[in-house]
Write a protein that binds this ligand. Structure first.
Ligand code: C2E
Ligand code: MG
Ligand code: MG
Ligand code: MG
Length: 287
């Protein structure tokens, strides 16, 4: 295990307590209230093809706007929603918001992907497929437009994981294993699952070229993805050197501040249109 989970949990706990200190309600109650009042919203981060720099999709990332106006990041409330039986409801709102934000764009861009983070509890709830199909109907989109991002934690039960992944893929949804390398899944186990993408965790991208003991790990992960026949999305790409390294080693897609921060879907569309205009101008100038 390369990311010390205890440290991460500790930092989050401290942050949650600090957040709690500034409000009257307990945090789980505040999340519950937030769901009732629909205080959650989405930002979308571009996913680009490393060879061309073209934006091929986005990942939907949930945020919480408190009544105070303060915006809270998911690392501080997703675990609380999970631990208090509220995550399935939160995912429901996320699906509704994705449908609302992206429907027109997706209808006109059948190859465009929206990545949605699915919690283990969603995976085990049993009705995920039905809920997704309802969302798609509302969106007028195809299942191939969605990439469901599941962490290794969500794939822990081999029977449920195998059944659900196969079933979702049979219905046309794409599946990604998220934060790859931070969990415990064995390769022989992963081999038995039907998946489409592997998302390389940011911690390994960060280590590229640093000479740190973990700086070699990304090459092993790339090797694993290739062996499993999975396309790769690198998370947290912040420098051109990282992007160049990844492209040279056969990673197809990247996501990170180098390409774009999470923003409203409208802003992503504006950025894509601006990039298209710039490219067209370049072509005209060359011709
Ligand atoms: P994730 O799925 O691995 O999402 C990627 C995280 O990396 C996002 O953090 C994103 O803002 C951040 N990131 C992207 N590029 C860069 C970069 O270049 N540098 C740095 N330092 N960070 C970068 P965010 O939005 O805070 O989300 C954190 C986690 O919360 C997500 O990790 C995901 O596990 C969870 N999450 C977010 N939205 C949802 C959701 O709708 N449902 C569920 N169940 N979990 C969600
Ligand atoms: Mg994700
Ligand atoms: Mg991830
Ligand atoms: Mg991650």
């Amino acid at each position: 295990r390369l990311v010390p989970a205890g440290l991460v949990a500790g930092v989050m706990l401290v942050a949650a307590i600090m957040l709690l200190g500034r409000q009257q309600m307990s945090l789980p109650n505040a999340v519950k209230m937030g769901l009732r009042r629909k205080e959650f919203f989405l930002e979308y981060q571009p996913v680009v093809e490393l060879a061309t720099g073209r934006c091929v999709g986005v990942e939907a990332l949930v945020r919480w706007r408190r009544p105070t106006g303060e915006v809270v990041m998911p690392d501080l409330f997703v675990a609380i929603a999970e631990d208090n039986g509220m995550i399935v409801r939160l995912t429901g709102q996320v699906l509704e918001m994705v449908a609302h934000d992206t429907r027109h764009w997706l209808a006109a861009h059948p190859d465009f992907h929206v990545g949605i983070n699915v919690a283990p509890a969603d995976f085990y709830a049993g009705n995920l497929l039905l809920r997704l199909q309802e969302t798609l109907e509302a969106m007028g989109a195809a299942p191939g437009n969605l990439i469901l991002e599941v962490t290794e934690r969500g794939l822990m039960d081999p029977v449920v994981a195998r059944e659900n992944t196969a079933n979702l893929r049979r219905h046309g949804f794409a599946l990604a294993i998220d934060d790859f390398g931070t969990g415990y899944s064995s390769l022989s186990y992963l081999e038995t699952l039907e998946l489409d993408y592997l998302k390389i965790d940011r911690s390994f991208i960060e280590a590229i070229g640093t000479g740190a003991p973990t700086s070699q790990v990304v090459q092993h992960i790339i090797r694993i993805a290739k062996d499993l026949g999975l396309r790769m999305i690198a998370e947290g790409v912040e420098s051109q050197a990282q992007a160049d390294f990844l492209r040279k080693h056969g990673v197809q897609f990247g996501q990170g501040w180098l390409f774009g921060r999470p923003v409203s879907f409208g802003e992503v569309v504006r950025q894509m249109e601006a990039a298209e205009l710039a490219e067209a101008a370049l072509v005209r100038a060359a011709g």
